[in-house]
Design a protein around this ligand. Structure first.
Ligand code: PMP
Length: 399
């Protein structure tokens, strides 16, 4: 017997499987709309100009010293302004405990570990559906999970009534995971009015909102607008948690740079909470990586580079919004009897098309179009060059 004989291969990640199959397909027509990363109109990965410039400024000046245990102070400061508002009183009052995290995933995980350690009797309510990794994160942190209803398959929009019911029926003081904007995988967000009602009900029930904000700026093109849900909760006087990621909105995917923040009642509490977050990180990875944090703080700390970033993030959002329009128009022009309104109503990287797993299989087998079987189309993979082909194939398998 060997030490590892009992170790079975882990289940394949459905998204990575899609990419593998795509790469192995020799067809010149093949399209990958499974990717979770932005592509330009030629289907190529993008490094933002503001990032290139920040790296030029770093070159030669960077030493390789450790960051402080909680990460880059400057990066955290800029991240808080982005999430909580440039002139937020909460920042001035030092009520926010925040640490640099290993991108959005690491921020979620650190929060889940914090929740397990300091609020061991709580559970986490997770929307159905959600980014699959949310389930893994809270599972591995040993926090029990509950779900709440979110998406309505018929309208391909928000099931607001059911969501509100589930919020009302959860025990007082429950923890909820909310996508701050550009819900993954559905692309369905509550309206501003609905967020206000949700926030109100959270107050009534004394629930705690944890916002996963992986797409700030990437959804509408305006980081302030995409932070609207958080700002509404802040106006209403909630304490909140927030995971920020620079993967999508700065294209820093592989740099793993993000921020976890927890709004506390006062500065004393924030100091204690921050010290405990650091304590949680210490035996896992000691302190976070320096390069991406430097890129972010240079960009956000320099008015000129920041406005370049704002322009570039809007450019990405606009391209995606444009492709939504084009995909919908193409389907309508083909005479599809179905409604494709949801393509333009949904927002962010993904379009939850409503196609069945069997229809997706046909797209792949007959048209060399690759995506996850839940019908999620990554709009980042749609280009001027393939949108017509894609629309035609969708029409063929759905008519
Ligand atoms: N949350 C959501 C909802 C996401 O879609 C993603 C990226 N797929 C993340 C968090 C985390 O991404 P990262 O760890 O690369 O920042």
């Amino acid at each position: 017997a060997s030490w590892f004989g009992h170790v079975e291969p882990a289940a394949k990640d459905p998204i990575l499987g899609v990419t593998e199959a795509f790469l192995a397909d020799p067809s010149p027509d093949k399209v990958n709309v499974g990717v979770g990363a932005y592509r330009d109109d030629n289907g190529k990965p993008v490094v933002l100009e503001c990032v290139r410039e920040a790296e030029r400024r770093i070159a030669g000046n960077l030493n390789m010293e450790y960051l402080p245990m909680g990460g880059s102070i400057k990066m955290i400061e800029e991240s808080l302004k982005l999430a909580y508002g440039e002139d937020s009183e909460l920042i001035k009052e030092k009520r926010i405990a925040a640490v640099q995290a290993l991108s959005g995933t690491g921020a979620c995980r650190l929060f889940a570990d914090f929740q397990k350690r300091f609020l061991p009797d709580t559970q986490i309510y997770i929307p159905i559906p959600t980014w699959a990794n949310h389930h893994n994160i809270w599972r591995d942190a040993c926090v029990p999970q509950r779900t709440f209803r979110y998406y309505h398959p018929e309208t391909k929009g928000l099931d607001f009534a059911s969501m509100m019911d589930d919020i009302k029926n959860a025990p007082n003081g429950s923890f909820f995971l909310l996508h701050a904007c550009a819900h993954n995988p559905t692309g369905v967000d509550p309206s501003e009015e609905q967020w206000r009602e949700i926030s109100y009900q959270f107050k009534v029930k004394n629930h705690f909102p944890f916002f996963d904000m992986a797409y700030q700026g990437f959804a509408s093109g305006d980081p302030n607008r995409d932070a609207k849900a958080i700002r509404i909760f802040l106006e209403d006087g909630h304490l909140i948690g927030c995971a920020q990621s620079y993967a999508k909105n700065m294209g820093l995917y592989g740099q793993r740079v993000g921020c976890l923040s927890i709004l506390c009642e006062d500065e004393l509490q924030a100091v204690a909470v921050k010290s405990q977050l650091q304590q949680l990180a210490r035996p896992m990875y000691s302190n976070p990586p320096v390069h991406g944090a430097l890129v972010v703080s240079i960009i956000l700390g320099d008015p000129e580079l920041k406005s370049l970033w704002l322009k570039e993030v809007k450019g990405m959002a606009d391209r995606i919004i444009g492709m939504r329009k084009a995909l919908r128009e193409n389907l309508e022009k083909l005479g599809s009897p179905l409604s494709w309104e949801h393509i333009t109503n949904q927002i962010g990287m993904f379009c939850y098309s409503g196609m069945t797993p069997e229809q997706v299989d046909r797209l792949t087998d007959e048209f060399h179009i690759y995506m996850t079987r839940n019908g999620r189309i990554s709009m980042a993979g749609v280009t001027t060059g393939n949108v017509g082909y894609l629309a035609n194939a969708i029409h063929e398998v759905t008519k």
